[in-house]
Each structure stands twice: as structure tokens, then as C-alpha cells.
Design a protein around this ligand. Sequence first.
Ligand code: ZN
Length: 142
Amino acid sequence: MGSLHFVPLHCEGCDQTSLQPVDPGIEAKCPACGAGGSILPGEIYTEADIPVFERVAALVKAARLSSRDVRHAIAALTKVPAAGTPPEVALLQVLDLLPGLHALLPTLCLDASQARRAIGMLLVTVSAQLHRIEAENAARAS
Ligand SMILES: [Zn+2]
């Protein structure tokens, strides 16, 4: 059980991002609405990551980022490995965009590896918001 791997799945139907077990035999479905979703490229997670991932996904969804906010957040979060910025600093830089992150910070900043993993989760879930923004733009244009 504990050896299962999980990948992030984004649902275009309800804008939910969740971790789903990797199972080649089964098509991944959104647990909230049952629609098919798209697997987001990025990291592989384990069952132990699910509680934190769900909270990160929920706070990112609640923030209703604009496309400018998303670009801003991605820039801040991707700077970490490149510039050797401590992960806690990158988390602080996206705090204004993601107010819900405040409550999670004490957990995420417990140690550097947890903070780094949180940045990966934020990158995946923030990037998924581009799907929602694109869909909204397409709806507005038609
Ligand atoms: Zn859904």
C-alpha cells in the first residue's frame, strides 16, 4: 500500500487538483465530479504527501489567481533551484498572492526538504490555474 505512487490530476470540470494513484489500467477521474482530468507533469508523490497536497491545492484554487499572478508566482517559485534561494524565502514571496498559505507556513517550513516539496506542489497547482484561465478567456471570446 505505502509504495503506491501518486501524480497530480487537474479537472477542467470543477478546477480541482488532486493526487491520484498511478494505475496504467485505470483512466484517472476527478474524485470531486467524476469528469476526466489531465495529469500534470512534474513530480511523483506518495500517500504521505496527500494531506499537504490537498491543502496546497485548495488554497491555490481559493486564491483565484489572474494570469499575471500565475506568471508572478511561477517566476518566484522556479527561482529557488536556479539562484540557490532558500525555499522558505520563495514561499514568503508568493504569500501576498496566496493568502491561504499563511496557515500552512509553520508546517511547510519545518525543514528545508518539506519546504522544497511544498514549492513543487505550489508550482504544479499554480500552473494548473492556467487551464482555468484559458478556459475562461475562451468562454469570454466566444
Ligand atoms: Zn472535477
